[in-house]
Design a binder for this molecule. Sequence first.
Ligand code: NAD
Length: 442
Amino acid sequence: MGTAHENAIIQMELAAALLQEEYEQEPLFWQAVENLKNPMHLHATDLFIECDDGSIGRFRAYRSQHNNARGPFKGGIRFHPQVEEEEVKALSMWMTWKCAMVNIPYGGGKGGIAVDPKLLSTAELEQLSRAYAAFLADKIGPWKDIPAPDVNTNCQIMAWMVDEYQRYYSTASPGSENLLATFTGKPLRLGGSEGREEATGLGGVYVLQHFLDSNGLSNTEPIRVAIQGFGNAGYWFARRAYERGWRIVAVSDSRGAIYKEEGLNPDAVLSVKQTSGSVIHFPAQRITEAELLSLDVDVLAPAALQSMIHAGNAKTIRAQVILELANGPVTPEADQILWKKGVTVLPDILANAGGVAVSYFEWVQNIQGYPWEYAVITARLQALLNQAFDAMWNMKERKHTDCRKAAYLVAMKRVIDAMLLRGGLEHERHLYQDHHRLLPHD
Ligand code: NAD
């Protein structure tokens, strides 16, 4: 199994092979594809904090800025022990495609720190979040790069980062920056948006509903769903799905999985997880992670980490539809196996784009200084995702291909068109090489 970045490049190359016929007269098409294989900038450093026991903690931190042809870099910040260079590079590339897929005016970025935040006290977590914001301060901004929460980060962490960023700006260039529009996923009382917390899960429900409606499958209820990962994306998807009468038969977290054929109430599971630390303490049948992935359900929603469905387990999948709430949960090898089995994979760059879409709404509200109501947010989110879904579906029919390649074709075309309109592709390539050489000393 390749690294996440290698997988991301394979996905891009497969789509590029189909896209090239649209660019027969364009000699720089392959140059653009080549440039898109790596981020424009990759920042890395070690962060130091003073731990509660007086020792010094050292943590590796990254920010990958993949492409900004369509607008400022945009993407989350992940706190996880597995965070490393190849991972943030892949995640930032996927953000470029995602923002283009839903046609919002951003490029792609992603950052993270190699840390297990569960091992830190609140004071240590705040120090580390502030150290990261200070490291990024001159590299981000509302027209440069706009971070947001991702795995193990939340609105409180964004609040600390806004505050640290303000400290930097009050000395560097007082009053010149829109501080709130530099981060999204903030608390409601600090410039956050209605609906942001649930946006990824709710967006997943909208995408799935539109898929079912478009294929005349809406009457086959109750839709039976299994969800891998019960964090922000997984829980909110479960909750909004449950409210529609869909049946959540299994969920899991990093400690294990549970199953109940009559259906689980997501709020009841959440309250057990909050008090006991895991969904496994909920009164339901314990199953293994492998059993959850191979359940005979209508929809399997991976909502944890990348590469969870791979060549080794794709054959065991019995779900008819995979809704990718996580980023990159299905590897390219698994994609081929699932395609042959007739499983529809609704790809991450569409299925989980609700989060970045409402982040975009938050940024617009911060710039306008004019908050929108919840009903306005959800209506605009649904309209935006339906439009994106239709663009993907039309491409799928036109090119007789799978949903992921169709989504990539729509998204890559938008990005490459913007790059070609700007010109200077040769120059950009040299820029990247310079940045890459600078990395070890960054
Ligand atoms: P989170 O930290 O809130 O939740 C992650 C969940 O996954 C936790 O319940 C954790 O226990 C579980 N998990 C971790 N390893 C697991 C394993 N091996 N098996 C089963 N469960 C496991 O994170 P999140 O924000 O919900 O993000 C989850 C995924 O969704 C990530 O891939 C993220 O990039 C993607 N995503 C999130 C957002 C967002 O707005 N939060 C937006 C787009 C995509």
